[in-house]
Design a protein around this ligand. Structure first.
Ligand code: BES
Ligand code: MN
Ligand code: ZN
Length: 508
């Protein structure tokens, strides 16, 4: 990952491949953002005009390259758009900085060193720029090294070093913001790696082994239930989904405990390492990206490790419900009835509605510890993607205040999210003539139906929320801002923020 440092040096004397500056959209054309004064001065104060000549407007996501002025030790200036100039006194928002830094870091692939001269008003800006750089510089080339030369590899390597100008290396708040951004971004990028890893390599057992290594490294308690243990304890949902695959399922419990904590959060992640649909097989065109169906478990994993690295004063338990959904002679059939860990029976009407089955067991297991709240994260329904598009996740909950708090937390960290209802009338669509409930209901509002199903497996009186990240978990389009193609790490930053708020006593 990119190595980050804070520096109060002046831009001209810095030896780097490029200096990154901000340009914003003013009423009368582009405006050079604070932080780039020295660069502007070297252009005789005419940098805004130069940028305008080059076609720059300051719009978000825009990138303009120009040669560095004479006397500079760097060859290149990269101007990134920050969007509209903020109203007096409000400053540039964290998300605008994060995205601009991400755009620059992304185009700096292959470079050794860059200096970021973006507006740094406070420690929050330092954290946002650092996150933008670390997340934007991400690349996944593990499977691309066959036959390529060392030079070709170096050209694709993420930006090696970044210096944040205006960040104060001796300021406690600036240092803390940098450390937080580094820990969370590293774990988030690891979640992206897991999501991008092909499903023939990332089996449930392989994922569990990775969690075991991380637990050792960060002093977390871990318990891995394999298929034998799951059978003994009656985890019918996880076992049913996993029964069609030669790669057996796992339930991983990862616990971070803080000596000072009096609150306990449980995070539950859907970890379908590949979703073929099972006997209700997905058609071609719908299964090529289904390695991403463990994104919820990856997010939970990253959030628990982040909480540990940040030493948050809150206990966090992560539950990873890992299985591969495959068709075979031993696979669960439409019509089968599963006895779930909670004791309830479920008639499986569609084996492609598998996420709710593994989550149901994990939610019930999480409930047994009576945490203060449970949040599950899942690429659960195509319906949620149809409703909210590919960048926004849906939030459902059994508590209005908790749903709003999560929405606020998501907004604060720059993750688009939106509250969704759990309409009671949709419950009866899941009535089964044979079992306690069916795993499918009405087609309309399919994302909400799935949420209602999950609610049945949350322990009495426990505050619970469900994040359906089917849209934003995997970016099938081009990279934008600090979001790469492929696995995005959706929900990681929201979960970490929830843990922080809980530790600070600002949640529940
Ligand atoms: N993993 C899918 C949902 C999904 C779709 C995630 C597209 C990401 C992108 C899930 O297991 C699924 O197949 N859901 C079905 C449920 C239906 C059979 C009730 C769906 O949404 O079609
Ligand atoms: Mn499915
Ligand atoms: Zn699925």
């Amino acid at each position: 990952m990119t190595a980050l440092t804070l520096s109060t040096s002046a831009a001209p004397g810095l030896r780097a491949d490029a200096i990154v500056i901000g340009v914003a959209k003013g009423a009368k054309g582009p405006v050079v953002a604070p932080g780039a004064e020295a660069v502007d001065k070297a252009y005789d104060g005419k940098l805004a005009g130069v940028l305008e000549t080059l076609g720059a407007s300051g719009a978000e996501g825009e990138l303009t390259k120009l040669p560095a002025p004479a006397g500079f030790k760097s060859a290149l200036v990269i101007a990134v758009g920050l969007g509209t100039v903020p109203d007096d006194g409000t400053g540039y928002g964290a998300e605008a900085l994060r995205r601009a830094a991400g755009v620059a870091a992304r185009t700096l692939g292959g470079a050794k060193k860059a200096a970021f001269a973006l507006p740094v008003e406070d420690a929050a800006a330092v954290g946002a720029i650092a996150e933008g750089v670390l997340l934007g510089a991400y690349s996944f080339d593990v499977y691309k090294d066959n036959g390529s030369t060392a030079k070709a590899k170096a050209d694709k390597a993420p930006l090696a070093e970044a210096t944040l100008l205006g960040g104060k290396p001796r300021d406690a708040a600036h240092k803390a913001a940098l450390a937080r951004a580094t820990a969370v971004s590293e774990e988030l990028n690891r979640a992206r790696d897991l999501i991008n890893t092909p499903p023939n390599d990332l089996t449930p057992a392989a994922f569990a082994a990775i969690a075991q290594r991380a637990a050792k490294e960060h002093g977390l308690k871990i318990q891995v239930l394999d298929d034998k243990a799951l059978t003994k304890d009656g985890y019918g949902g996880i076992l049913g989904v996993g029964s069609g695959s030669a790669a057996t399922p796992r339930l991983v419990k990862l616990s971070y405990t803080s000596p000072g904590a009096d609150k306990h959060l449980a995070f539950v992640g859907k970890g379908i390492t590949y979703d073929s649909g099972g006997i209700s097989l997905k058609p071609a065109g719908h299964n090529e990206t289904m390695k991403c169906d463990m994104s919820g478990a990856a997010a939970v994993f990253a959030a628990v490790v982040s909480a540990a690295r940040l030493g948050l004063e809150v206990n966090v338990t992560g539950w990873l419900a890992l299985a591969e959904n495959m068709p075979s002679g031993s696979a669960v059939r439409p019509g089968d009835v599963l006895r779930m860990y909670s004791g309830k029976t479920v008639e499986v009407l569609n084996t492609d509605a598998e996420g709710r089955l593994v989550l149901a067991d994990a939610l019930w297991a999480a409930s047994a510890e009576n945490p203060d709240a449970i949040v599950d994260v899942a690429t659960l329904t195509g319906a949620m993607m149809l409703a909210l598009g590919s960048r926004t996740f849906g939030i459902m909950a059994n508590d209005d205040a908790f749903r709003s708090a999560i929405h606020e937390a998501a907004e604060e960290v720059g993750e688009p999210a939106w509250p969704m209802p759990l309409p009671e009338h949709l419950r009866k669509g899941m009535d089964s003539p044979t079992a306690d409930i069916a795993n499918m209901g009405e087609r309309m509002g399919g994302g909400l139906v799935a949420g209602l199903f999950l609610r049945e497996f949350v322990g009495e009186g426990i505050t619970w929320a469900h994040l359906d990240i089917a849209g934003p978990a995997f970016n099938e389009g081009g990279a934008f801002g600090y979001t790469p193609k492929g696995g995005t790490g959706s929900a990681v930053r929201t979960l970490v923020r929830l843990a922080e708020l809980t530790a600070e006593g600002d949640l529940g």
